[in-house]
Design a protein around this ligand. Structure first.
Ligand SMILES: [Zn+2]
Length: 471
């Protein structure tokens, strides 16, 4: 029998973390022991924007084409995507058109709210804009907690306040969801909570004694665990309170854990392999100076105040992204911004700039072959290197770089240069110490949740268990 459904997306909740800390998460442990909690694979790259879009629409990222990542180190934090593929194409649109009454609260990126069969309340994607509802007369905006994307960027000394504030905000979002859900009759409800991702990005190093930047003295040592416990408490509350009439499914868009502490200088590698020309000593000198500065700041444990100081210079932003070295004429082979300082990277090949006698596929195959051989201290660095078509098929597959690679989790891509080195330290780890992992989690009242396997299957699963028909 199909009952009502409550679906909850907890951004960045990690399967391995829950398993490793199961003694402190007894309700999650009981779900696991009962076969109702398991891993859930994210998309490539494992980022919120492509993954939520896939969850909403059931389209893989090459089909929906939305691959942006949120760059927490880009202090302007601008993400101006075209998310129109989401509007009208989500699982709740499908269910609504089939007569199900839906309540949708805080669906990240699904903004502004559109006409649905029920009530939809959503917040702005990043900065600017008010909370939006398809039926504003049903909503008391003055009592709603802030929803939508989050833009605050806490410094080390603000971290306790950030933690408390974000915990409270999370609770208020759960409470508001329950309040509105109880006000009317709905067949299907969706709640999005983005705070777990945000908190893990900033708080990871305080909770992980194995982290290079872990502070002495135990400040905020329990913060990440307390966040998981807050999520657990609310999942338990919702499953117990509505369990008689509702099936509950809780899932994440990707996992989370310690962010990479090393970087791979992809452009140095491309120069060394002869795929792009060296840009001359003068530009290298600027890059060398920048990276030396980061190493000094890192050694002195002052990366955060140091970068704030250097940001005052107009060119600092440019230098950070190494665009200074590779500005102007685009090369036939180019390492684009793809997933920030994370294990996923990409290489673009511009067919129009290739020499006439060069074959695109031969060059692509050669770069892949050589990338697979990259080693650091005798250990292979790449988990895989693929042609983009080998990852997903879809009409927007060209939004991916021609070559996509995934490194071991301790490495991130750095597009800068440091002398003649291929590897270095990730100085920005002081500021953003939590990073995405490809394995999220799924759990709930139905044992078949553990069979979903990947976010690619969530859209169809949610429709099916709610008594709807897939296209
Ligand atoms: Zn996310």
């Amino acid at each position: 029998m199909v009952g009502k459904t409550i679906a909850i997306l907890l951004d960045g909740l990690d399967y391995a973390y829950i398993r490793e800390n199961q003694e402190q998460l007894p309700f999650f442990k009981a779900l696991y022991d009962g076969g109702r909690l398991g891993p859930l694979a994210s998309v490539v790259p494992a980022d919120s924007i492509p993954s939520w879009t896939t969850i909403y629409t059931g389209l893989n990222p090459a089909e929906h084409g939305i691959l942006e990542s949120i760059d927490y180190l880009d202090f302007k934090n601008k993400v101006k995507g075209d998310y129109s593929v989401i509007r009208g194409n989500t699982f709740w649109d499908v269910l609504g058109k089939q007569g199900k009454r839906v309540f949708i609260f805080n669906p990240f990126m699904a903004y502004p709210a559109w006409d649905v069969n029920g009530l939809m309340i959503s917040g702005p994607v990043f900065e600017g804009g008010e909370v939006s509802a398809n039926r504003p007369e049903l909503v008391d905006f003055s009592s709603l907690p802030p929803i939508g994307g989050m833009v605050d960027h806490p410094a080390d000394r603000e971290m306790e306040a950030f933690f408390r504030r974000t915990m409270e905000l999370s609770q208020r979002q759960f409470d508001a969801f329950c309040r509105y859900f109880e006000r009317d009759f709905y067949d299907f409800a969706f709640l999005g909570i983005t705070t777990p991702d945000r908190m893990q990005h900033f708080l990871w190093r305080y909770t992980d004694p194995g982290d290079r930047t872990h502070p002495k003295g135990g400040r905020l040592a329990d913060s990440v665990r307390e966040m998981y416990q807050l999520m657990e408490k609310n999942v338990k509350h919702i499953m117990e309170r509505y369990g008689d009439s509702c099936q509950v499914v809780v899932f994440s868009d990707h996992g989370h854990g310690r962010r990479c502490e090393k970087v791979f200088y992809i452009n140095e590698w491309l120069i060394r392999q002869g795929f792009i020309p060296d840009r001359g000593l003068k530009k290298r000198a600027v890059e060398y100076g920048k990276n030396s500065m980061f190493r000094i700041l890192d050694a002195l444990h002052i990366v955060e105040p140091g970068t704030k100081f250097f940001k005052q210079f107009a060119f600092a932003h440019k230098v950070k992204n190494a665009e200074y070295v590779f500005s102007g004429r685009r090369e036939a082979v180019y390492a684009p911004k793809f997933d920030g300082t994370n294990p996923y990277g990409g290489i673009l090949l511009d067919r129009s700039l290739l020499p006439e006698d060069a074959s695109y596929e031969t060059l692509r195959g050669e770069i892949i072959r050589r990338l697979l051989k990259v080693e650091d201290q005798g250990r292979p660095v790449m988990l895989w290197v693929k042609k983009r078509e080998e990852i997903y098929a879809g009409e927007h597959v060209e939004n991916y770089p021609d070559i996509v690679y995934r490194m071991q989790p301790e490495y991130g891509v750095d597009r800068g240069l440091f002398g003649r080195r291929l590897f270095g330290i990730n100085a920005m780890h002081w500021i953003i110490s939590g990073g995405h992992k490809p394995e999220g989690v799924i759990m709930g009242s139905r044992p078949d949740a553990c069979e979903v396997g990947s976010v690619l299957n969530l859209h169809d699963y949610l429709i099916r268990i709610s008594g709807g028909e897939n296209r």
